[in-house]
Design a protein around this ligand. Sequence first.
Ligand code: C5P
Length: 394
Amino acid sequence: MLKNKQIVLGVTGGIAAYKSADLTRRLREAGANVRVVMTQSAKEFITPLTMQAVSGNAVHDDLFDLKAEAAMGHIELARWADVIVIAPASADCIARIAHGEANDLLTTICLASKAPIVFAPAMNQAMWKHTATQENLQALQQKGFHIVGPAEGSQACGDVGPGRMLEPLEIIEHVAAFFKKDLLAGKHILITAGPTREYVDPVRYFSNASSGKMGYALAEAARDAGASVTLISGPVALAKPDRVTSIDVVSAKDMYDAVMQEIAACDVFMSAAAVSDYTCDNVATHKIKKTDDILNLQLRRTPDIVASVAALAKRPFIIGFAAETENLSEFAKTKLQQKKTNMIFANLVGRDQGIGTDDNTITVFSDDEEKTFGPLSKARLARELILYIAKKGI
Ligand code: C5P
């Protein structure tokens, strides 16, 4: 996948820089050409000599080095890169690039390059969780940069939590995804994600714990596989994926209307949203007062979006989801039949399982196969699932 691809590997100052040598070696094993750019702090953790030996190329570390500029200057490096990977990406480097600074070689290359830029953050868990870092990450995502990881676990400083750099092979998988463009090229995929809100009065609603993470991860994976993706999302706290057409909805009825509007243009429909099965019949015009001991609300079934799409004369390939607390296989198989979908992606859910979490396990049910993926992070799981459906020739 990475044969002859040109990769600029940015190394910044953090203990995870010891893994950058292994990452370089593995990128080269995968066929890539690697040019390493180190910040001054990176050199406190790993030597340029090591990075030069493993990359097979001179290391770049100075914006104002006349000789280096004469050989391959910063603008040339920026143009040369098919992709830029920053691993480890320190909190400082994230902050500087988020603000468009260009005060060393690496930040200047990032500002000058049109290539996709992938950050593999690595830092202490408290630094990762800090509002300043989180705001910088959001700013990066909004500008179209890609963030992979970090993983959770024990840290060099003795803390436990999020902030460990992804392992080199995991980073390579993300990088390879940029070059897997043809897998779903020409396909248009419609994905629903997140919960819906059914209002009872102007300020109260009922909903569910869906975070939208699985649907969003599928949208990104489908996009990375070359599909053109439309994402119809209920209210969630996630950044909109870049290069995906996003439509925001609130209620099950809104979601139904948006799907019906978009469906004709789609080859595949993935219904990952946790759509409310009921909506309030008479939404109160004003806030309901607590006058009576018992308050009766009349609820009415919402239209089943998946079933409605399945009933269309010209229907796309349909993937429904089943989130169950028990009897996963039995319920999933029933749904496959009743909703007339081509596949069901089923997962067990509970208070700390499947719904709202970062990891998930999904079993795919179709007429001729049953296959389980995970447990994996939702991002990796999404890539595996997209690969699976692409291989099925949807
Ligand atoms: O019917 P149930 O909610 O158990 O099935 C889940 C699947 O059906 C999901 O794919 C969900 O997005 C979809 N669904 C729907 N319209 C509804 C309720 C669920 O499309 N009103």
